[in-house]
Design a protein around this ligand. Structure first.
Ligand code: ATR
Length: 271
């Protein structure tokens, strides 16, 4: 039976095994999918060993996404431009890295949240790996403007320089209120994961707009609570999680599974 794995630290919370098992059942495929908790210092060796023993594919989550790209022999454009990968696949030419996070986010925004990105103003909070994984895809989807705001201003400026797109700009955190409102506010900082507070003004989201946290569960709770206080529509990244997994499943198995039933299953299992 082909073996798949998700590498991370921590990884006990990962929903990837449940998602891929559900996709496989839906498509009538037999596979094994496990979690593998591994420290950064051991990641490359453990991942190489997994593939040397015939592993058929791996998802990679925090904190190994940059290391996953470095490990690969070939990378798709989405992984290369973001500098991070979330999918590793052994192919004839060596190990292939993909990044499916950005495609997963855009698909969730279009299909599940019914938000048109064409011509919209978006704010990206954060400039780390999570933000880099989605920034290009948001622009590709036709945004009119993408403002990147990060605690450390230089990182926002560096991301904007890499984007090489006149629609992208960086601004300091202190300019948020002045730059508002936005049709879409994407929360891509690690503050929620780290349990640290995030100071945001209330008028950030335009009428009919959406506040979107790339994480889910307790990590998304503070941002969603801010959105509730601000009285704006908001959602967590559970839909993105399912959609990025479906992209990975399609790379591995050549078929894109139906995501709605799996999304519903996950949502029902959330506290
Ligand atoms: P990830 O892969 O989750 O994006 P990362 O690459 O380490 O992790 O990036 C973390 C992001 O969260 C960065 O944008 C970071 O801001 P800095 O560049 O200033 O470090 C942001 N971040 C982390 N803790 C934060 C906090 N308490 N408030 C605001 N931003 C925070």
């Amino acid at each position: 039976m082909p073996r798949y794995v998700v590498f991370g630290q921590p990884v006990g919370h990962s929903r990837s095994p449940a998602i891929h098992r559900a996709f496989a059942a839906q498509c009538g495929l037999a596979l094994r999918y496990d979690r593998c908790e591994v420290a950064p210092a051991a990641f490359a060796e453990v991942a190489r060993d997994f593939f040397a023993r015939g592993g058929a594919g791996a998802n990679v989550t925090l904190p190994h996404k940059a290391a996953a790209l470095a490990l690969a022999d070939v990378a798709d454009p989405a992984a290369r431009r973001a500098g991070v990968a979330n999918v590793l696949t052994p192919v004839a030419g060596g190990l292939h890295a993909h990044n499916t996070d950005g495609a997963g986010l855009v698909r969730d925004l279009h299909e599940r949240q019914r938000l048109t990105l064409e011509g919209r103003r978006a704010l990206l909070l954060g400039a780390g790996g999570a933000a880099r994984g989605v920034a290009w895809n948001l622009l590709d989807a036709g945004l009119a403007e993408l403002l990147v705001v990060n605690r450390t201003e230089r990182a926002a400026a560096e991301l904007v320089a890499r984007l090489e797109d006149p629609r992208a700009a960086a601004a300091p955190w202190s300019a948020l209120a002045e730059a508002a409102p936005f049709d879409l506010v994407i929360h891509a900082t690690a503050a929620g994961v780290l349990g640290q507070p995030l100071a945001l003004p209330s008028g950030l989201v335009a009428a009919g707009g959406l506040a979107y946290d790339l994480s889910y569960g307790s990590a998304a709770a503070p941002f969603l609570a801010w959105a509730a206080r601000a009285g704006v529509a908001a959602c967590d990244g559970l839909g993105m999680l399912v959609e990025q997994a479906a992209e990975a499943f399609a790379i591995w198995h050549g078929v894109r599974p139906a995501t709605d039933p799996v999304y519903a299953m996950l949502r029902a299992s959330m506290p």
